[in-house]
Design a protein around this ligand. Structure first.
Ligand code: UDP
Ligand code: MG
Length: 321
């Protein structure tokens, strides 16, 4: 098919402490983009790095005006970084990808092709996870399966490596106001026509993974809480079940008492108490998660704060919020 020379493509790269590899990654992305014959820009969102990531990007941006960067005032998380990038990107198509070359830039031409053929969202789908250990793989599989089932969204093996059409970018950046965001889920939730491109997850080019277990758990709760109320329903169901159980045990004891059988069972009482107590506490915890999210939403704090930027026209700071 013939290439439309006027297409403008933005690539958004969230980066947190990626000083070691960021320059190599950006050069590689730029090389691929140049070979696609499109107009392009690359937007690095430095998510509060402390290792000079921003300085490296600034040096590069001084030589290549199509490379731009935002720097957050602290680490706000990858989700916020992606959102910031989507908001400032000007392309007709916007590609989001990691800074560690685990999302292979050589697939960009394929993504563009699928987009030109009419898909509004092109999902990079993980074929294998060479870089991950077996535990991480199982964890990811279980998480995706449970969330897909309960939340009614399709995120099986999907990744943050995506191409979004301008329409979808506008929808995500301007029409989805929620603060606790889960990009992979939202990109499915918005609908539109999807295409997928399978890819092998390369081992990290350099540096180490930036996800602590705590951050992962937080992302998992955000994903669950923002896409499904199923945990709350499970709590209600559990409550009903224990109620039925309690009633039958009680009735049985009552009948025994009428028949003159002494009601005994210290152990039973204690264990029932403990089980019920823990049910109640877990339930409160689950409800608490939802309340905490509501609280986050109504506080309506900004998603991130931008401390510095390169490559964007001055005086347009409203673009950043
Ligand atoms: N990242 C980020 N903020 C964070 C953590 C990670 O912007 O708080 C970026 C990171 O620099 C990388 C991408 O998100 O570009 C994916 O992170 P990483 O490679 O550590 O995770 P994984 O490959 O395991 O998903
Ligand atoms: Mg990675």
């Amino acid at each position: 098919m013939d290439l439309e020379r006027t297409d403008f493509v933005s690539v958004v790269v969230p980066a947190h402490n990626e000083a070691e590899g960021i320059v190599g990654t950006l050069k590689e992305i730029a090389r691929v983009l140049a070979s696609c014959g499109v107009k392009w820009e690359i937007i690095v969102v430095d998510d509060g790095s402390r290792d000079g990531t921003f300085d490296r990007v600034r040096d590069l941006a001084a030589r290549e005006g199509r490379i731009k960067a935002l720097r957050f005032s602290r680490n706000f998380g990858k989700e916020s970084a992606i959102l910031a990038g989507l908001r400032v990107a000007r392309g007709q198509a916007v590609i989001t990808m990691d800074a560690d070359l685990q999302h292979p830039p050589r697939l960009i031409p394929l993504m563009l092709e699928a987009w030109r053929e009419g898909s509004r969202v092109v999902d990079g789908v993980k074929k294998n996870r060479a870089g991950d250990g077996i535990a991480a793989r199982l964890r990811a599989k279980a998480f995706n399966a449970v969330l897909s089932k309960m939340g009614g969204i399709n995120i099986h093996d999907s990744s943050d490596f995506k191409l979004l059409d301008r329409v979808v970018v506008d929808a995500l950046a301007n029409q989805v106001p929620e603060r606790r965001r889960f990009y992979r889920g939202l990109a499915d939730w918005v609908g539109y026509s999807h295409a997928s491109i399978p890819f092998d997850v390369e081992p990290r080019a350099q540096g180490v993974g930036k996800w602590s277990l705590l951050k992962l758990i937080e992302l998992a709760t955000t994903a669950t809480v923002s896409f499904t109320s199923a945990p709350l329903r499970i709590v209600t169901l559990l409550g009903l079940l224990t109620l039925v159980f309690g009633f039958s045990v009680g009735t049985e004891a009552l009948i025994g008492w009428f028949r003159g059988r002494a009601v005994s069972g210290f152990t039973t009482t204690i264990s029932t108490l403990l089980i019920l107590g823990s049910f109640i506490m877990i339930s409160l915890g689950i409800i608490g998660e939802y309340i905490a999210k509501i609280y986050d939403e109504i506080k309506a704090r900004p998603y991130y704060l931008v401390e510095d930027s390169v490559g964007f026209s001055p005086g347009k700071s409203e673009d950043f919020v």
